[in-house]
Design a protein around this ligand. Structure first.
Ligand code: SF4
Length: 361
């Protein structure tokens, strides 16, 4: 039988989300943390840690597919500084949490938002919009900023004692750190849960992917975060820099990918994934093998000393063949890493497309 709770909490694992749970637990109410995961955020391996260190029950909830669809269709409330659609992200999470209330017998939802803490999703108007769009007016409580907000039905009904809620606001983290001390936390989590969409370097990688593939999958977005990422026009190559990245790339590769490995010497694993442009031509395959071999230091040295090529294996469509290549960085096709410079023009183009759409052009 499913264990029941009084409240479900959006639990990113950041300090604010943990404190919000503690404030409600202090009233003798049972709270279950919902830890949402997607290709861009989520550390479900920490669930046992949260239980042990903070006494919080939590379950992981994968919203990857819906989240990626929202990103590709364009978040209705736009992106933040990089590719973070914070307002729509919160809306999706709250909508999901609402759907899970019945399953866990929960009477309300909580989130760790602090008014004014973040510029995009924690302004008063944005917080109000999120609550409205997620249709959570009657059930959503923000325990850390409750005293700055109108009383919610769960406070009015007496289920939650409003006088024991907090009125935090603004950008200072001092009150949260003080609270963490009072709760005796020995490990203080970072303010937020960690989200690559708010990082400049990841934004460039994701934009290049969205430009070259009409509907990238959640797994494509995961692949775009692993190792060294290079593109030659529409041809995408992900290369491991460390052993754990090589393993990750091997796990993520599929039959339709081109998987490059070195034969007879240690070296990186590289995965070439076709995009809308389709299969790779012979020249690109050779260039990718040459580039991958150039990051295998032993092979590169041997080749330089002897002037002889090295052997690379290329697996594709269930077949593996070996090719002889000279390790080199300058190949017949130009490989380049996507940078954050892609972000501004991509957003501008998207905005113009939206405007012309709204004007019926
Ligand atoms: S930073 Fe990422 S996880 Fe956090 S609200 Fe924004 S988009 Fe969502």
């Amino acid at each position: 039988m499913t264990k029941t709770y009084d409240a479900l909490a959006l639990l990113s694992g950041g300090l604010d989300s943990i404190l919000a749970v503690k404030v409600i637990q202090d009233q003798g109410l049972r709270v279950l943390g919902l830890h949402f995961t997607s290709p861009f955020f989520g550390k479900k391996n920490l669930i046992p840690f949260w239980k042990e260190h903070y006494g919080i029950d939590a379950v992981a909830v994968n919203i990857g597919r819906q989240y990626v669809d929202m990103m590709l269709d364009g978040p209705p409330n736009n992106f933040g500084k990089w590719l973070n659609p914070c307002v729509d992200c919160k809306i999706i999470m709250i909508e999901h949490a609402k759907q899970l209330m019945e399953k866990y017998g929960a009477k309300f939802l909580i989130s760790g938002e602090v008014m004014g803490q973040r510029p995009m999703s924690q302004r008063r108007d944005a917080m109000s919009l999120i609550r409205k769009r997620a249709d959570a007016k009657d059930v959503l409580l923000r325990p850390l900023s409750a005293l700055k907000l109108e009383p919610t039905p769960v406070e009015e009904s007496g289920l939650v004692d409003r006088s024991r809620l907090l009125g935090l606001g603004g950008r200072s983290r001092k009150p949260q750190l003080e609270l963490a001390k009072q709760y005796g936390f020995t490990e203080i989590p970072t303010p937020a849960g960690g989200c690559v969409l708010a990082e400049a370097s990841a934004a460039g990688r994701f934009i290049k992917l969205m430009e070259e593939k009409t509907r990238p999958t959640p797994r494509d977005f995961v692949l775009a975060q692993v190792g060294r990422q290079v593109w030659a026009g529409s041809n995408w190559l992900s290369m491991g820099r460390k052993q754990h990245e090589n393993k990750r790339l091997t796990d993520l590769s599929t039959d339709s990918d081109y998987v490059f490995t070195s034969v007879g010497f240690p070296g990186p694993v590289a995965v070439g994934r076709p995009t809308d442009a389709g299969s790779w031509d012979v020249e690109t395959i050779r260039a990718a093998a040459e580039l991958t071999a150039s990051y295998a230091s032993k092979a590169k040295r041997l080749s330089q000393e002897t002037g002889r090529p090295v052997t690379m294996a290329v697996a594709h469509d269930g077949e593996t063949r070996e090719i002889e290549v000279m390790p080199r960085r300058e190949t017949a096709v130009d490989w380049a890493e996507p940078t954050q410079d892609l972000v501004a023009p991509w957003k501008e183009a998207r905005k113009q497309a939206q405007e012309s759409c709204e004007n019926g052009q």
